[in-house]
Design a protein around this ligand. Structure first.
Ligand code: THG
Length: 282
């Protein structure tokens, strides 16, 4: 199954036999005080810098999230999208809990965007799926619904199937949907990562859909977050996650290593290319 995303004049294909597609997470004010304050003042100067840095570090798609207290996302998300796509030729992933902000972003997007996200809540399905259909976009489906986040992989699969059915009724096929098994912090529940990995396996086996996950969520509150994130990315990849949302500045080369070690990088060409592009002189 192939999910096709487009930038202004570029194309990104997400498919199980293709190299992992890194969705860069850095354009997001969560946990970043300076960026949050800048956004409140309408200062988007950091966006272009973060975009270039992530592409140089191996990202193929950029998540764009401007959600912080006191920020008008409906006004700012489209501005951030335009800055990103004026700076780098890549597809964007519109990350907002507010469907009005997603709609505003879609109006200015060039190419074929990824909407982040819909879930199984009745209101969300009704607000987001028509936008996916209208703009011919792709969408991330979170495995949660009106009852919350299910604790077992089987229940999360059930939610995914409900979303796939609802999408079908709007004419949206499974190849345009990236399923997200949901990543919670292992600091709060030491079984959380294992539930995600098991859910990913079930989602891939039962639906054949391409899969994403917010890998960095796993390490919130723990020391040496990069170590946890890197190892988790390998486990996720093994379970079928082929378009993780993560920090390429920290994990880009590790992901190229996963591709090489999984037989998806002939001659290690992509691994070596990223190494050469990012190595610092000793
Ligand atoms: N699924 C989907 N989308 C998502 C998530 C998901 N979008 C948001 C998030 N989860 C993924 N993105 C991030 C971005 C940043 C961090 C974690 C996940 C992060 N930031 C540091 C912090 O909060 O402490 C701050 C970074 C910094 O200081 O530079 O951890 O699960 N579909």
């Amino acid at each position: 199954m192939q999910t096709v995303l487009k930038g202004p004049s570029s194309e990104v294909i997400i498919a199980p036999d293709q190299p992992i597609v890194i969705i860069g997470e850095r354009i997001n004010p969560t946990g970043r005080k300076a960026f949050s304050a800048e956004l409140r003042e309408g200062d988007l100067s950091r966006v272009a810098r973060d975009a270039v840095a992530q592409i140089n570090a191996g990202a193929a798609v950029l998540d764009v999230n401007v959600g912080a207290a006191g920020v008008d996302e409906v006004a700012l998300l489209p501005q951030a999208v335009q800055i990103v796509q004026d700076t780098v030729d890549v597809p964007v992933c519109l990350d907002s809990a507010n469907p009005d902000a997603i709609a505003a972003g879609l109006k200015v997007v060039k190419g074929r965007a990824l909407i982040n996200s819909v879930n199984g809540e009745t209101d969300k399905l009704k607000a987001v799926l028509p936008l996916v259909a209208e703009y011919g976009a792709a969408v991330i489906a979170l495995c949660m619904d009106d009852t919350g986040i299910p604790s077992t992989p089987g229940q999360r699969l059930e939610v995914a199937q409900n979303i796939l059915d609802a999408a079908r009724s709007y004419g949206i096929p499974p190849e345009d949907i990236l399923l997200d098994p949901l990543v919670m912090a292992v600091g709060a529940d030491h079984k959380a990562a294992q539930v995600t990995v098991e859910t990913a396996r079930m989602l891939r086996a039962s639906t054949g859909c391409n899969l994403t996950a917010g890998a960095s969520n796993v390490s919130h509150g723990m020391p040496e977050r990069d170590t946890l994130n890197t190892v988790f990315l390998a486990l996720l990849a093994q379970a079928g996650i082929n378009a993780p949302i993560c920090n390429p500045l920290k994990n880009g080369l590790s992901i190229r290593a996963i591709d090489l070690l999984s037989g998806r990088d002939e001659w290690g060409a992509r691994y070596i290319k990223l190494y050469r592009a990012t190595k610092t002189d000793e």
